[in-house]
Design a protein around this ligand. Structure first.
Ligand code: LLP
Length: 437
């Protein structure tokens, strides 16, 4: 917390703006994104590829947080975009995202989704399974239109924070297994197809990864397969997509690497493998989500009730909770926080931060030491920019928070707060006759 900027009033600053002013202007709970951090990350990824002289695409995995304004900021930075549903694709199109820089993922894309993607002539479809190949063959003929694709494969590498495991086969709902012939079969079904242009291979080995070894092992497995296909079928893949998963620092225990380190080590490994095999250097594509927007986001809540459970804990309740951040309840995810209007005060009380949902598991942070809190204080929970708003729900008919962007002392609303009226907007009155037997 000490690294956070604070003004003379002892208030937390976000993007140069007093967070108390933001809370007052936009009310709470509120997601605040500091755009300068997102831009810095985007540039770090892109610049490193440039320095290494590698043709690359850095696609924002927008499942981490998507909205029209966010897509527009990402577009300004020259990134590509990874979408996983008609909803994300539609939002990106509405935002004016150049379709040729959009990549479409998913293990069960519908016909309607594939048609939407083709109508907009998006850059690439990441093909996940045999059913999808079938659908694409039918649709490309029917619409008389070519598509560019990557094949998503599971390389038998699973990475999570400090560990990575390699297995012969991966139990995953995604992609073609690289080891058991599925990927070969998929390759043979598409590489000669006159409408399907196969660009290369894709894999995604996990999330919140702190090491580079998993990416290197995965790269080796994919490149080995590319070499095999080039030798056997005389077909050269030109794209190697190594997915996302670069970690961020939620708490002191987390030890992520700099974006430049992930990229550099990846590039060194790929260059090495490629030169040994006398292969042309492929384009390297990556898909960071969390590492682009995660620590740029801060959640602001108003503190309300407090309950002491003697000798166990003090619950401090905020005006949001698992409805705007499901990650602690779902994954046991940990966060750090501060009282935004008491940044200079001594931390002397241990609290458990509870949400307002009717569920005992609705705790945002267990055991955090903060200055003595009072109702009306503003709690800032840090690093909530990825998979926070994106996974928010209306559980308990709680309205979704607003989202604000700040940059260089300026601020703007990016997503409006839901209203009570919004919550009943899709509801219809009961019109059947009152049931009798
Ligand atoms: N590419 C693919 C194919 C993915 O499936 C994902 C994430 C990413 C890229 C981006 O990964 P990132 O860089 O954000 O780690 N809801 C979970 C995370 C789910 C990640 C799913 N796939 C969480 O809150 O931790």
């Amino acid at each position: 917390v000490s690294e956070h900027a604070v003004n003379e009033k002892g208030h937390l600053l976000i993007g140069g703006i007093d967070s108390l002013e933001l809370a007052k202007t936009y009310e709470t709970p509120l997601f605040v994104y500091d755009l300068s951090l997102i831009r810095a990350r985007a540039r770090a990824f892109l610049d490193t590829f440039k320095q290494e002289n590698v043709v690359a695409q850095v696609a924002y995995a927008s499942k981490a947080f998507s909205s029209v304004a966010m897509y527009q900021v990402i577009e300004q930075e020259g990134l590509s975009l990874d979408v996983v549903s008609a909803g994300e694709l539609y939002t990106a199109i509405k935002a004016g995202y150049p379709a040729e820089r959009i990549h479409f993922h998913g293990n069960n894309k519908s016909v309607e989704e594939l048609i939407l993607a083709m109508e907009h002539k998006i850059g690439c479809i990441v093909v996940d399974n045999f059913y999808e190949i079938e659908l694409l063959k039918q649709l490309t003929v029917k619409l008389n239109q070519k598509v560019k694709v990557l094949l998503r494969v599971t390389p038998g590498v699973e990475a999570h924070t400090h560990d990575y495991i390699t297995t012969g086969q991966q139990d995953s709902k995604f992609g073609f297994d690289l080891m058991n012939g599925q990927a070969d079969k998929a390759f043979q079904q598409v590489y000669k197809d006159e409408f399907i242009e196969l660009l290369g291979l894709h894999c995604h080995i996990g999330s919140q990864i702190f090491e580079t070894i998993g990416f290197k092992v995965a790269a080796e497995k994919l490149i080995t397969k590319m070499i095999e296909w080039e030798n056997t079928f005389n077909y050269a893949c030109t794209v190697l997509n190594l997915g996302g998963g670069f970690g961020i620092k939620y708490t002191e225990q987390d030890t992520p690497l700099e974006p430049s380190i992930y990229v550099k080590e990846m590039v060194i490994a790929v260059k090495d493998l490629v030169s040994k095999a006398n292969l042309d250097m492929p384009e390297i594509w990556i898909e960071p989500g969390r590492s682009l927007v995660g620590d740029a986001g801060t959640s602001l809540y108003t503190i309300g009730s407090e309950k002491e459970v003697p000798e166990i804990r003090n619950y401090l309740a905020v005006d949001g909770g698992m409805s705007d951040n499901i990650r602690p309840a779902l994954y046991g995810a940990e966060y750090s926080a501060a009282i935004a209007n008491k940044m200079g005060e001594l931390k002397e009380v241990e609290y458990t931060i509870a949400g307002k949902c009717c569920e005992s598991g609705d705790k945002l942070i267990e055991h955090i030491t903060l200055p003595k809190a009072s109702p009306g204080d503003i709690l800032a929970v840090f690093c909530t920019g990825a998979y926070g708003y994106a996974m928010a729900s209306n559980y308990n008919r709680i309205a979704k928070p607003a989202v604000v962007f700040v940059e260089n002392g300026r601020h703007q609303l990016a997503v409006k707060r839901e209203t009570l009226e919004d919550l009943v907007r899709l509801d219809l009155p009961f019109t059947l006759e009152k049931g009798r037997g």
